[in-house]
Every structure is written in structure tokens, then in C-alpha cells.
Design a protein around this ligand. Structure first.
Ligand SMILES: [Fe+2]
Length: 352
């Protein structure tokens, strides 16, 4: 039966991909023995995540990522640098990553999930006005091998959630789509800062807000992880951030304080730096961390001193990926956050 399901899924995948001119290597197809590229039964002890993966640059980071033997890999955006509304061109870029031998090894040994940011969405700093967002979403879901019966295919936007692990030792990953419904930013002609803050604009759209609240309220997990392409907490730099939409950022924080989900950690990317930011939300009961990990293929090496009053780690301006190690031996699981880089060098480690 498992084999039959697998076969049917592969046929669906091939049909879907063929219709859009995207071919997936036979080796990848052969490696999928279940419908999802996610092992829902597996207890998750090591999660690796990262962002900003230019498909034309070296893909050396997969080796140290593999060496950590993560149970789960989470793509956190700019998974390719497409910056195009030509979907054939975008599919070719995804295919380039799907031919990377070390990424194929990761798919073989780890569960995979992900969400986009702007460059893979299709346009730098993109928002709800991007005309090819529906087609681009289909390409990303195909790249991630999300089965056709997953509800994400039916609804608008690419937000998803997955719960892994046995009852009592569960991790729920909630991936927010910060692009599909995002209101427009107003560019600043002087470029300092790069944008004017949108004092009334939204990030998620009402359907996604409702879904997020339900996902948090219904979570049975002991650890919740909320991922989004752009940073949640940092509010001082001039680039993209939730803080450019203060109404939405406040709404998110108030939602967390109201629902009070079990231990919840935020993860983000986009910035070509890695750092952890922290805020205390009245009523939440634990500190809220935002672990930013970026980028896999290129870093903002000139960024040595960016102010961030919320930062609780060193500022990493070298290529890096994030590791979350979950210690299930205590009633409330402990989470170790590590930033690592080429040769698996450790940049920082802190405990939550
Ligand atoms: Fe980005």
C-alpha cells in the first residue's frame, strides 16, 4: 500500500512538473518513498535552516549542514535568486538546486519544508502586486515536493504548517507567507532609510491571520516554530522587516501573548547576517526569540556594527546556517540555537 501511494504520488508529481516544463532528476524521485518529503512520525531533535541560496554560487554549505544530520531542513526564503516573471526561467533555477548532489543527499536523509522570501517569489522586495505570484507558488511547492492533496495547493498564498513527532514530543513548524498578501512599501527617494514605514499596512492578509490563530490555538506540540522570510523583532535597520508594518508586528505579538502557545521560537532569514534577537512580551510567560540565519551562499561581510538593541548574540557577517537542537529530557524541552558556517565552524550558541 505504501509503495502504491508512493507510486501514485510520483506519477502526480511527474504530471505536475511536466505540465510546467520542470523535470526532476530520477534520483530524486527514487528517493521519495512516502507521499510527503516529511517524516511526520519522527521525533525531531535537530533542525537545520537557512536562507539566501544563489543557485549560481557555490553550494558548499550543504556539506556542513549534512554533517549535523538534521531530522528536518527548513528553507526560509531566497531559496533561489529568480527575480523574474519568466516562469520557465524560474523553473530552470529550481532545477539547478535539485541537481546539486549534496542537496539530494539532504533530501534523502532529512525531512524538507520551506517558504519563500522575495527573490524566489520573483521580485526583489516583492509584495501582493507581483503578477506571477500564483505560478511562482506552484513552482515552489513543486520544488519542495509538497503533495497535491496538501491544503496549501488550494488556497491563496504559500503559508503551511506541519507537526512532527510522537505525542508528547511534538514540534510544529508554522511557515508564514510574508509576500503574497503584503501591502506595498513606499520607497524613500533619498534611500536613507530605504523605505518609509507603512503605518497602516498588513503583512499576512485576513485569511492567513485567521489560519495562524487557529494553528496556534490547535497546536498539540511542545515546541512551536514560526518561520518567515524577513525578521520579526529587529526594528532598527533600513531593510525589509516586520517593523516596517508596525500594525502587523504588534498584532502578531499580541496574538502570541493572547494565545500563549507552548514554547514558541521564531526563525527568519533574508539579511545575509545571522543573529538572535529577543523581546519580552507581557503575558507570554517566556522570552520571544527571533533566530535569523542568512545566507547560505553569500553574506553581508561589510556589516560589522549594525545596531540592534534586541540582539543577544554576536553579529555573524559570514555565510552561515542555523541549527536548533531540542533536548526532550526535561518536561519543557530545551532548545539550543547555533549559528554555523563552512567547515561546520560554530559562530554562536545560546540556550532557550
Ligand atoms: Fe530577501
Amino acid at each position: 500500500m505504501k509503495y502504491l501511494c508512493s507510486l501514485l504520488w510520483h506519477l502526480c508529481l511527474l504530471t505536475a512538473l511536466g505540465a510546467q516544463g520542470v523535470a526532476i532528476p530520477p534520483s530524486v524521485i527514487a528517493q521519495h518513498t512516502v507521499a510527503y518529503p516529511i517524516n511526520f512520525q519522527q521525533q525531531v531533535s535537530t533542525i537545520a535552516f537557512g536562507s539566501c541560496n544563489n543557485q549560481d554560487k557555490d553550494q558548499l554549505m550543504w556539506k556542513p549542514i549534512l554533517s549535523n544530520r538534521p531530522d528536518l531542513w527548513v528553507w526560509l526564503g531566497d531559496n533561489i535568486y529568480a527575480d523574474t516573471d519568466d516562469m520557465l526561467s524560474m523553473s530552470t533555477m529550481y532545477q539547478k538546486v535539485l541537481h546539486e548532489p549534496d542537496y539530494l543527499k539532504l533530501r534523502e536523509q532529512s525531512s524538507i519544508m520551506g517558504i519563500w522570501d522575495d527573490h524566489d517569489y520573483g521580485v526583489n522586495d516583492g509584495d501582493k502586486t507581483y503578477p506571477k505570484r500564483k505560478d511562482s507558488k506552484d513552482l515552489m511547492l513543486n520544488f519542495l515536493a509538497v503533495p497535491k492533496n496538501d491544503p496549501v495547493w488550494e488556497r491563496e498564498g504559500a503559508y503551511q504548517s506541519y507537526t512532527m513527532g510522537p505525542v508528547g514530543h511534538q514540534v510544529k513548524v508554522i511557515l508564514l507567507d510574508g509576500r503574497y498578501f503584503r501591502d506595498e512599501l513606499v520607497p524613500n527617494p533619498t534611500k536613507t532609510p530605504r523605505y518609509f514605514i507603512n503605518e497602516t499596512g498588513d503583512m499576512l492578509g485576513e485569511a492567513q491571520w485567521k489560519w495562524l490563530e487557529d494553528e496556534l490555538r490547535n497546536s498539540t506540540a511542545q515546541v512551536n516554530i514560526i518561520g518567515c522570510g524577513i525578521q520579526f523583532i529587529h526594528d532598527e535597520h533600513a531593510f525589509e522587516k516586520w517593523a516596517n508594518f508596525p500594525v502587523a508586528r504588534k498584532r502578531l505579538f499580541e496574538l502570541l501573548a493572547k494565545v500563549k502557545p507552548a514554547k514558541t521560537l521564531m526563525i527568519s532569514g533574508d539579511r545575509h547576517i545571522s543573529e538572535v534577537s529577543k523581546v519580552e512580551l507581557p503575558g507570554l510567560g517566556y522570552p520571544l526569540y527571533d533566530f535569523t540565519s542568512s545566507g547560505l551562499t553569500h553574506a553581508y561581510a561589510g556589516n560589522n556594527s549594525e545596531p540592534n538593541r534586541h540582539r543577544v548574540t554576536p553579529l555573524v557577517n559570514q555565510r552561515s546556517f542555523g541549527i536548533l537542537r531540542i533536548d526532550w529530557s526535561t518536561p519543557i524541552p530545551k532548545i539550543i540555537m547555533e549559528a554555523r558556517g563552512l567547515d561546520n565552524v560554530e559562530f554562536f550558541k545560546i540556550e532557550f
